[in-house]
Write a protein that binds this ligand. Structure first.
Ligand SMILES: [Zn+2]
Length: 256
């Protein structure tokens, strides 16, 4: 049994920097801001051992130079993107032994939000940056709907009990769109109640599980008749292809 625990470090308005902890060792995922990470490490008496980065956006990697100024640690990130301080460039199926964690993670290429976006998966944990969100998905800044649909499908194929650690607290607003697009799905109201309860207690709504995402996330349900109907209504024509359904849902949500 692995003894890694995972804590959220909040940054900016709604970012989560996930901190993997084992003993006195810590590894952070997507440190967009160094300040809250340094505060957390100091308060908890932890030593930073490595940084993992999923994609190049500043709110995910902006804190890396300042962390490296204090800690000389390896930085694992996507091969196809420009990440400050990167020491290990990764792509599909590469495996890493996460320093200090006794944890092996495998890399999955998930382009769409950005062109080189990667996820880290292993031991039931998924760090997926801004690609899969709880009940939503990232915007298509650098990729096509076909790429994003394929990326989300590869994540959805992972085991149902996988814990989903994404980069932002967007769950409640995502659920409002899900409720509109998939109105008869009872899983959405249950998840909204759970999310509200967590937020009321000051807790993250994350991690979610892939099983819950597959049951309620509209962007993973492009094969479902209710979502096909919603997407077709938005597009003003009958859609059948899952990529077209995905594209229409994503476009609809952009204006929601
Ligand atoms: Zn991003």
């Amino acid at each position: 049994m692995n003894t890694v625990t995972i804590a959220p470090i909040r940054a900016f308005k709604d970012n989560y920097i996930w901190c993997l902890r084992r003993g006195r060792s810590a590894v952070v995922v997507d440190p967009g801001d160094a300040g809250p990470v340094l505060d957390y490490l100091g308060a908890e008496g932890l030593q930073l051992e490595a940084v993992l980065a999923t994609h190049h956006h500043a709110d995910h990697v902006g804190g890396i130079p300042k962390l490296l100024a204090k800690y000389n640690v390896p930085v694992f990130g996507p091969k196809r993107e420009n990440i400050p301080g990167i020491t290990r460039k990764l792509a599909q199926d590469d495996e890493i032994d996460v320093p200090g964690m006794d944890l092996r993670l495998r890399v999955i290429d998930i382009p769409g939000h950005t062109a080189g976006h990667i996820a880290f998966f292993g031991e039931g944990l998924l760090f997926c940056g801004d690609t899969l969100f709880s009940c939503g998905c990232g915007r298509l800044f650098e990729g096509t709907p076909a790429q994003m649909h394929a990326s989300l499908s590869s994540l959805a194929a992972l085991p149902g009990e996988t814990l989903v650690y994404c980069g932002h607290e967007y769950t409640l607003s995502n659920l409002r769109f899900a409720a509109a697009a998939d109105a008869a799905n009872p899983a959405i109201a249950l998840r909204a109640a759970a999310a509200r309860a967590a937020l009321d207690r000051g807790n993250p709504t994350l991690p979610s599980t892939l099983r819950d995402e597959c049951a309620s996330n509209p962007f993973l349900r492009t094969h479902d008749p209710a979502l096909i109907e919603s997407a077709s209504r938005f597009a003003g024509r009958s859609l059948t292809d899952p990529v077209q359904v995905f594209a229409a849902l994503r476009q609809c949500k952009d204006g929601f």
